[in-house]
Design a protein. Structure first.
Lengths: 296, 325
């Protein structure tokens, strides 16, 4: 079966219109995710903000000033990766379920079962594959660049750029070919990370068009939510202010800065939930249309 | 395949539109101009505010004012961008449906506008990425060839720069019909817009250059008239103004507002008309070229994706009530 890229690209909006309550549940899920992240790393976040502000305010930028930010941010990222993987798996599965099994609407399609475990495992494997490809491609380009510097051969910079660009092209192509992995995993209830390859054969360009449209629309949604949230942010301040609380405990930060945290949390939870729907639902719709499954 | 388009007909499109819809052009211009006027007023208010403030004033007092100003000017910029997009689609719609009358001067908030915004951002992003790739490849190729020695390395660098600029121009011209085709076909017309521009690059280049030339001539004439009028009328003391800017002593308080205001009010409508014409000049020729090319082109195969409005008469029938956001 063929699918219409422009039609599938709007699936996120249709999903929000059909099941607005699902967006409420997803926003709440994001809020819980933010709360968990802050609970585990609240004091560290103040350090990140303080380090970022120090760099911003400093006229004398040095590598050492950047090191403190990288150190603070590094811990934050390592904690965020496993949490994001679990939260992302649950939410991606919910979006795919909303498109492919619209009748299972309890709890805004959110579950924590075998489907979610399979989606998390598939996401993990695909992330590792993409990371490996990126490391090989950029590693070769980086090695060649190092060689060019070492032997002073300018002609080597051209292959460095070409290998870098080819790696980006391969990563985009891989992402497109593997883009239906989550809907397949959920719909077919089996662990098949690479089944998407067969299904997307000859459909890379329509999928790319659909992805670009969905991505731009998710940016627009983000911008709209940002505009709507601006008065609230102006009234209570933004997260940059947390830098002033560097060195305090998480509990003390919450006590002093809860209006900022709550405002930021609510605005970003709603924005993330809407962007999730707009960005990911089209891929489930593409799977449904390619397989010729019923729309409802 | 496509039969080509007439540059003359495309260039005449903005003037036809101005003649048939002068009120619409004025309203479009006003909508573009109003956020700018508000922005200037906001800047003057802010500058006046800072000027009367004590330089040693508490930052806690100044900072909220600055933030309010920034938020206000950001909002006005977004409003202007939104107005420009709505007006661009209105101009294209009016050009495609020349002779028809439509409510709200062809302006809508519909799926057309959403698709237009998405297409505009995506094509801008695509061209930007193409520019970066060209710069990287061109730069490193130049670096690799630099060792061949003078004068050949300079010739090679010049040729590479020329090829990169030509490639970028080619890309810009090939994507120039995607936005009007999106309004015409009532669907994301990345493929159709790209296909319509195939084999028309030289004509599109000629069209773009002539539009730029017309724009420069009109702009120069307007600037000359305004400067002449302000000088003859004795409204602006250019020498004093230049000195004040150079010494950073200019503040809105130095403006002779009672003398300027009548001029400002009197010039609002002509200026708005000019702004409207500017928008028409930027979009109408490409919409006309798209119309001409599409009328001679085979129908797109995916009629279910929005139903192409390939003839003048079918454009409006493709509209459905559910299409409005």
């Amino acid at each position: 079966m063929s699918f219409s890229a422009s039609d599938a690209a709007f699936e996120g909006f249709r999903l929000v219109r059909r099941h607005p309550l699902a967006v409420v549940f997803w926003s709440l899920a994001y809020l819980v995710f933010f709360a968990l992240l802050f609970g585990a790393f609240g004091a560290g976040l103040a350090e990140v903000m303080a380090a970022a502000k120090a760099i911003e305010d400093s006229n004398d930028f040095t590598v050492s000033s950047f090191q403190s930010l990288a150190q603070a941010y590094g811990t934050f990222v390592w904690l965020m990766i496993p949490l994001s993987l679990v939260a992302g798996g649950i939410l991606n599965a919910a979006v795919a379920r909303a498109v492919l099994r619209p009748a299972d609407s309890a709890f805004g399609y959110l579950r924590l079962g075998a489907d979610e475990l399979r989606v998390i495992a598939v996401s993990l494997i695909l992330s590792l594959v993409m990371t490996a490809v990126a490391m090989v491609g950029f590693g070769v380009a980086g090695g060649l660049a190092g060689l060019a510097v070492a032997i002073g051969q300018n002609a080597l910079y051209l292959p460095v750029v070409l290998i870098g660009l080819a790696t980006v092209a391969v990563l985009v192509w891989l992402a497109l070919r593997l883009s239906l992995a989550v809907p397949i995993t959920l719909a077919e209830k089996r662990f098949t990370p690479f089944a998407s390859f067969a299904l997307t054969k000859g459909k890379s360009l329509p999928l790319l068009g659909m992805g670009i449209i969905a991505f731009v629309m998710s940016l627009l949604v983000g911008l709209l939510v940002d505009i709507i949230g601006t008065p609230a942010t102006l009234a209570v301040g933004d997260l940059d202010g947390l830098g002033a609380l560097q060195g305090e405990t998480t509990l003390s930060i919450i006590r002093q800065a809860w209006p900022v945290l709550v405002t930021w949390g609510v605005i970003n939870a709603v924005m993330s939930a809407l962007q999730l729907a707009v960005l990911y639902a089209p891929f489930s719709a593409a799977y449904r249309d390619i397989k010729g499954l019923p729309t409802d | 395949m496509t039969q080509g388009f007439s540059i003359g007909q495309a260039l005449a499109a903005p003037f036809h539109l101005v003649r048939r819809q002068p009120l619409a052009v004025l309203v479009w211009g006003l909508l573009i101009l109003l956020p700018s006027i508000a922005s200037v007023a906001l800047s003057f208010a802010m500058m006046g505010d800072i000027a009367v403030m004590n330089p040693d004033a508490d930052p806690d007092v100044i900072l909220p004012r600055m933030m309010q100003f920034q938020a206000g000017s950001m909002l006005l910029s977004l409003l202007q961008i939104a107005a420009s997009l709505v007006i661009a689609t209105a101009v294209i719609r009016a050009t495609l449906n020349i002779g028809r009358r439509e409510a709200f001067f062809f302006m809508r908030l519909s799926m057309d506008e959403l698709r237009y915004v998405v297409v505009a951002i995506a094509t801008f992003g695509g061209v930007y990425i193409a520019m970066i790739v060209l710069m990287l490849v061109g730069g490193t190729t130049g670096l690799a060839l630099w060792a061949i020695g003078e004068p050949w390395n300079w010739i090679a660098a010049f040729l590479i720069a020329l090829v990169c600029i030509a490639a970028l121009m080619l890309a810009l011209l090939r994507v120039s019909l995607i936005a009007p085709a999106t309004i015409l076909y009532r669907d994301f017309a990345f493929k159709h817009g790209w296909a319509l521009a195939k084999g028309q690059v030289l004509k599109l280049l000629g069209l773009a250059l002539l539009i730029a030339l017309i724009g420069i001539v009109i702009w120069s004439a307007v600037v000359a008239v305004v400067v002449f009028g302000l000088t003859i009328g004795g409204v602006v003391n250019w020498a004093g103004l230049g000195e004040a800017f150079e010494n950073e002593t200019w503040t809105p308080a130095l403006v002779d507002w009672p003398a300027v205001l009548p001029w400002a009010v009197a010039s609002t409508l002509p200026l708005a008309f000019l702004c409207g014409f500017w928008s028409v000049l930027g979009s109408a020729p490409f919409a006309s070229a798209t119309r001409q090319l599409a009328d001679g082109a085979p129908q797109p195969s995916n009629a279910q994706d929005g139903g192409p409005a390939d003839t003048l008469d079918s454009t409006e029938t493709a509209q459905s009530p559910g299409d409005t956001l």
